[in-house]
Write a protein that binds this ligand. Structure first.
Ligand code: SF4
Ligand code: SF4
Length: 507
């Protein structure tokens, strides 16, 4: 790593948490650390920041003196989303009715200069906030508008306080007497006020809610391999990133650095555009994404995960409470009853019957960098556990009707195929003696437990073939063209797809 310059730059994004963030990477980024060997620059051909074109279009409209910026081409779906977002924004904030406010071009930055380096060796701190900036002509009022997909996801207190502080005390420009921060939902055009007050109020809010959160984030050195790795500058020197060269069977580092998961594989196979639009995180159709059967499946996984997560939990018994589904999963009566019936079958094959006490890892995120393909493979087994010294990979599936056995379990199942190859390569460690992949299939009249041996050559060959079928075309693809067909009716991003109208998808 190159030497630290003494500047620490943070923003609302520094406070982000959850599986999509790596605290160590965020902290190094805040310190503006530069690796000696930077990662290769291989951007995707298409724009991959879903809010980028929206912000660029508003910049162009608000600041006509700017040169027209030629960004990366947009996928049709992103173009549709951007047009929708602009319409919603203009509906929420009609031109000429800006409450006397004018757009502000220069980003606001709150800066703190130190006379001597502090305990982090920092001499200067900068805090920024990303959004649309406006001010009254006399500069007495400032407003910061934060774009989000849906208004239902409100910023937390720490994020609000950072936004308010930057709007209240950020340079350049005369400081205001009054500040407003609001959040606007690009999907529905709703506006939600987050803060309104004086610079003193903003400072107090920051002191109470923002400061400690930012300090913790800057000092956090917890590595969390996952989606964040794909844009991380520090991969070459990362001590926590597992490498698995050759895992995917593709040798081609010329394509953009990307992530891949079995669910990407399934989505891409159904339709390349669908996978791309899901990766952009465009808002999904709630009716499809949360159909009763999909939510019942999620609720069952959630129930089992909660039971297995209890430290030193005994194996599950068949008693399932009537109201078994957690409050997050509101199910129709028939799905709730079916779910209870399926869950009762689980006890006979509960993995904790064989697991070494305390060894169960519930829904762990596994990430491997296949350097030969320059792809970060991310997968989440339902459960990993040790049988003796051997890792066992358990997946659970549910069926609402009696089980019909599949001729070949691996066929069309990239999750199981990936599990086979990871265990066969010894990527999880442990002894190979009892290492296996288990597929538990719950159905109304019973349960099947299918066992796959990762060390049987024919199983490995099939697994490799299945992965190749799911990966090879995607790996070379730079366009993600729509493939209209029967899947359109089940497509959660059909709303943004111009091809959907010719394919009978609901919009
Ligand atoms: S490579 Fe991944 S785990 Fe390592 S610092 Fe970067 S984001 Fe974190
Ligand atoms: S609507 Fe059809 S063509 Fe469009 S992304 Fe979805 S599956 Fe693909």
């Amino acid at each position: 790593m190159k030497p630290f310059s003494g500047l620490i730059r943070v923003s609302m994004a520094t406070l982000a948490s959850g599986n999509y963030h790596c605290p160590a990477s965020t902290a190094m980024k805040a310190r503006l650390l530069e690796p000696v060997v930077p990662p290769p620059r291989k951007p995707d051909r298409l724009e991959d920041f879903a809010l980028g074109p929206f912000m660029a279009a508003l910049d162009q409209a608000d600041f006509p003196f700017l040169e027209v910026r030629r960004g990366r081409p947009m996928h049709d779906g992103l173009r549709a989303w951007t047009e929708h977002a602009l319409t919603m924004y203009r509906r929420a904030f009609p031109a000429g009715a800006e409450s006397g406010l004018e757009p502000v071009y220069a980003p606001w930055t709150r800066t703190v200069e130190l006379r001597d380096p502090d305990h982090r060796s920092a001499r200067r701190y900068e805090i920024t906030a990303w959004g649309r900036r406006l001010a009254s002509p006399d500069n007495r009022i400032r407003e910061l508008r934060l774009p989000v997909y849906r208004i239902s996801r409100l910023k937390n207190s720490a994020e609000r306080s950072v936004a308010a502080l930057v709007a209240a005390t950020g340079s350049p420009g005369p400081l205001p007497e009054h500040v407003r921060v609001l959040q606007f939902g690009l999907l529905d055009g709703q506006v939600e006020p987050l803060f309104s007050g004086s610079p003193q109020d903003a400072q107090m809010l920051f002191d109470e809610h923002g400061r400690s959160g930012l300090e913790k984030a800057v000092d956090n050195n917890d590595y969390r391999p996952g989606s964040a790795c794909v844009t991380c500058k520090y991969t070459a020197a990362c001590p926590a990133l597992p490498r698995a060269p050759g895992l995917l069977g593709i040798t081609d580092r010329t394509q953009p650095r990307r992530t891949w998961s079995p669910s990407n594989g399934r989505a891409y196979r159904a339709c390349p555009a669908r996978d791309h639009l899901r990766r952009l995180n465009l808002p999904k159709d709630h009716r499809i994404d949360h159909s009763a059967s999909a939510d019942r499946g999620r609720a069952i996984h959630h129930f089992l995960a909660d039971r297995h997560r209890v430290p030193a939990a005994p194996s599950c018994d068949p008693a399932v409470p009537e109201q078994w589904n957690a409050v997050d999963f509101v199910l129709p009566e028939n799905e709730r009853l079916l779910g209870a019936r399926l869950l009762r079958q689980h006890a006979a094959v509960c993995p904790l019957l064989h697991a070494r006490t305390g060894s169960a890892k519930v829904e762990p995120t596994l990430t491997f960098h296949d350097e030969n393909a320059d792809v970060f493979v991310i997968t989440t087994p339902d459960l990993l556990y040790l049988d003796g010294d051997s890792w066992v990979w358990r997946e659970v599936k549910t069926r609402s009707r009696d089980c019909r056995r599949t001729v070949d379990l691996l066929e069309d199942n990239p999750q199981l195929s990936l599990a086979i190859l990871l265990l066969a390569r010894g990527e999880l460690g442990g002894s190979r003696t009892r290492s296996r992949v288990e597929l538990e299939i719950l159905h109304p009249d019973g349960v099947d437990l299918e066992i796959l041996d990762p060390f049987t050559m024919s199983v490995q060959v099939t697994a490799r073939q299945v992965l190749e079928d799911h990966l090879r075309e995607w790996h070379a693809d730079r366009d993600y063209a729509p493939r209209p067909g029967i899947e359109c009716g089940r497509c959660e991003v059909a709303r943004w797809c111009s091809a959907a109208s010719t394919s009978g998808a609901e919009t």
